[in-house]
Design a protein around this ligand. Structure first.
Ligand code: SAJ
Length: 486
């Protein structure tokens, strides 16, 4: 092992936590961030706001240029733009396309690059491998590497460590430290979450763990939950996301059943929430975003390797992935009720983002709804306040709701943006080519109000209403109970 490799000005790995805390107070630690995405950029900004020097790398030169100009592309992250402009102006955050220079000049290097899944639904770790490769080549002895990207349990101790050791010619926990500190921030409130949500951290050694914990606690003022090793930290991260995906699937399954029993699943969920140990999750048009639709497959992949498939996790994916088709079924039904068919009809889509008040369509379930409706001959107009006047999902997004719904035969609510919360149903009904259908895939509008305004109303897990304000019990049909056993 060539220990002659250039040593870091200060060998972070060999310092006591007291020494580290001293350097933190003096702002004498350099933090390297690799990947300036929705997690990396706010993290870089927050570390710089904590008085630390931050060097940040991104493969996209446009991203680097805008960051060095103090501009962020995440207009939907409250507090980020102002904070970024401030720390860049102070010279506390410098961006570059050179991962090598960041690795070579930083004491703690944090990798937060995407970990998507490929078409075969297997984890695609190519971004994290190339980042680890580039960091490894320029890593200085004594530095510590932290993985914030979400990965399968064992990937940090396995694949990532191997790449770092091979590229650097050094040994983890001898020449450099390695830890996992999976991000837990909610897109749309990341700057706040960074300073309020306790962090998870598992390191390859107690020493590295203590140093990394000291840095995160000092920089963000949050508690660090120490786990016994990186794979456990990653398992915790996946557990909390899959807990969510599985409970959403349960809510969706109940919703499909309750639609047939004429029971309002929202009423049931709100009543259940009166019990102390019930965690409400809500049915809807599906599960989107860069996290939940992919995270399950990290665990399923590890499970298959270990000969123990997490069936509930896999089934939950199946249930949630079928919800867009159910929304299309509701569109067909509601339109039939007003004597219309999807083919040749104008359908207004309100909201394409994968969740409310965010400018992000990654793996949005609305895309599948649109695709299917177009295949069935529907003519779509789209309005989303986060993309007004811009392109999203290949659509020219209208500048206003009114523009999108004008003369529509059907309205589909795809995302529960706050702008849609208080829509005046009667005013809306005056704009459409009545009688029209309204399908709410996100429980935004009041069913009765929609029916009283003359819409044929359908909602996921909600009682259906005809335009004459009469409740409609949906007919049982085999294909809808797609998981009917036996
Ligand atoms: N959804 C439902 N019903 C619900 C909640 C959500 O259908 O009751 C849908 C949403 O509409 C959306 C999808 O699920 O399409 C994901 O929504 P989300 O609120 O989970 O949003 P993400 O994916 O942006 O954030 C999740 C969060 N995880 C947890 O809350 C456990 C966030 O805290 C994580 O940091 C993030 O994943 C991540 O990066 O892993």
């Amino acid at each position: 092992m060539d220990h002659v490799r250039e040593a870091a000005a200060l060998k972070l790995l060999s310092l006591s936590t007291e020494q580290v805390e001293g350097l933190l107070v003096e702002g004498k630690l350099t933090i390297g961030i690799v990947g300036l995405g929705r997690i990396g950029l706010p993290s870089a900004t927050a570390f710089a706001q904590a008085g630390l020097q931050v060097l940040a790398a991104d493969i996209d030169p446009n991203v680097v240029e805008s960051v060095n100009a103090g501009r962020s592309r995440f207009s939907d992250e409250p507090g980020l733009n102002e904070a970024l402009a401030e720390v860049v102006a102070k010279g506390k955050l410098i961006a570059t396309t050179s991962t090598a220079s960041v690795a070579n000049q930083s004491d703690l290097i944090i990798i937060c690059v995407p970990t998507p899944i490929d078409d075969a639904k297997s984890p695609d770790y190519s971004y994290i491998v190339s980042a680890a490769q580039e960091v490894g080549v320029s890593l200085r002895a004594g530095s510590i590497v932290v993985i914030e990207s979400t990965v399968g349990p064992g990937t940090v101790e396995g694949l990532v460590k191997e790449v770092l050791e091979t590229a650097s010619g050094m040994t983890s926990e001898v020449d450099f430290g390695l830890a996992a500190c999976p991000e837990r921030s909610d897109p749309g409130s990341i700057m706040k979450n960074l300073r309020t949500v306790p962090r998870l951290m598992g390191a390859e050694s107690e020493r590295t763990g203590a140093i990394v914990a000291a840095i995160y606690e000092s920089a963000f003022g949050v508690r660090v939950v120490r786990l016994s090793n990186p794979k456990t930290a990653n398992a915790v991260k996946l557990t909390e996301n899959l807990f969510r995906d599985v409970n959403i699937a349960l809510a969706n399954e109940f919703a499909l059943l309750f639609e047939r029993l004429g029971i309002d699943s929202l009423e049931t969920i709100n009543a259940c929430a009166s019990k102390y140990n019930f965690v409400p999750h809500y049915p809807g048009g599906g599960v989107g975003g860069p996290c939940l639709p992919s995270n399950s497959y990290y665990l399923i992949t590890e499970g298959m390797r270990a000969g123990n498939i997490p069936y509930i996790v896999r089934l939950a994916r199946e249930i949630n992935d079928r919800m867009p088709e159910h929304v299309v079924e509701l569109v067909g039904e509601a339109m039939n009720e007003v004597g219309k068919t999807i083919r040749g009809s104008k359908i207004a889509i309100l909201g394409v983002a994968y969740k409310p008040n965010i400018k992000d369509t990654q793996l949005t379930p609305v895309a599948r709804v649109c695709e299917k409706l177009i295949q069935m001959g529907g003519i779509l107009e789209v309005y989303d306040p986060m993309f007004a006047g811009e392109k999203a999902l290949g659509f020219d997004v209208k500048n206003s709701l009114e523009e999108a719904v004008a003369d529509a035969d059907c309205i589909v609510i795809g995302t529960a943006h706050k702008e849609f919360k208080d829509i005046d149903m009667k005013a809306l009904a005056s704009l459409v080519s009545g009688p029209a259908a309204l399908v709410d895939s996100r429980n935004v509008v009041e069913p009765v109000a929609a029916a009283e305004a003359g819409f044929s109303y359908r909602g996921v897990g909600r009682p259906s209403w005809s335009p004459k304000s009469e409740p409609v019990v949906r007919e049982a049909s085999i294909e809808s109970s797609f998981l009917s056993v036996g």
